[in-house]
Design a protein. Structure first.
Length: 257
């Protein structure tokens, strides 16, 4: 499994002072959770409380979700060996990078839920573990309380990472293609939820109507990208020109401002 995803964003997760805060596979439902009540404590003037890079953190969570959903897809296809690779990827690749941030947000059970997913055996156990893993992702997103614009910026970052995995001049290796496919699928799901006003992480806050309209316009474009992408189960290197993904990135950059 490649680690060539979001590296620049993830390296920025070390807390930035002064920063304010599928067409081919059915999307898995995530459970919208109410965040716990937050108690604000005034910090001394000489030691201002640092604030995490919300866009980078959301982008990392999306990468984890992509691996979970790819794993589920391969379970459904009977390719358990491929599913195991993706179920193990979050703890091997992404969670260590964001571990300090998870701890600072009080998400002490986050990694344990993904350990459970790795260890799950049998359809019922895998289904239950997937549900709990997605629940943890939902909790993490709700803890962050991103703005609508930050959500759009995160989707843009996800697609930038996906495009970077493709070899535009030849064949893309199987592992890179699977990762890119999963990232695009998650971005598609997020655009769809945003466009329909169903993004639970916004907690009832109404985004700028222009952002909603823009997301609705992008929905058809990202659907077309998913249709054009080969099946992620393809066992050989894949020829794919990421120009359509690049076009989406340009549209998202305009929308994000």
């Amino acid at each position: 499994m490649t680690q060539a995803f979001f590296l620049s964003a993830l390296l920025a997760l070390a807390i930035s002072p002064g920063v304010a805060g599928p067409a081919k596979a059915q999307a898995l439902d995530t459970e919208a959770l109410q965040p716990p009540q937050t108690v604000l404590v005034e910090a001394p003037a000489s030691t201002p409380a640092p604030t995490l890079d919300k866009v980078a953190f959301l982008t990392a969570l999306a990468r984890i979700e992509a691996d979970v959903k790819l794993g589920v897809l391969f379970v459904h296809d009977g390719a358990d060996d491929k599913a195991v690779v993706h179920f193990a990827a979050p703890r091997a690749e992404t969670i260590p990078v964001i571990a300090e941030t998870l701890h600072s947000l009080g998400l002490v059970d986050f990694e344990a839920r993904f350990a459970d997913l790795e260890a799950a055996s049998g359809d019922d156990a895998v289904k239950a573990a997937v549900k709990q893993a997605l629940r943890e992702l939902s909790k993490a997103r709700l803890k962050v309380r991103p703005t609508a614009q930050q959500k759009i910026q995160s989707i843009e970052a996800q697609l930038v990472a996906a495009a970077a995995l493709f070899n535009p001049d030849g064949l893309t290796e199987v592992a890179d293609f699977q990762d890119a496919w999963g990232i695009v699928m998650v971005a598609r799901d997020q655009i769809d939820l945003f466009a329909r006003g169903k993004d639970s992480t916004l907690l009832g806050r109404t985004p700028d109507p222009a952002l909603i309209t823009g997301a609705q316009d992008l929905g058809a474009l990202v659907d077309n990208v998913m249709i054009d992408l080969p099946d992620p189960a393809i066992p050989v290197p894949v020829p794919f020109d990421p120009a359509s993904i690049t076009a989406l990135i340009e549209e998202l950059a305009v929308l994000a401002g």
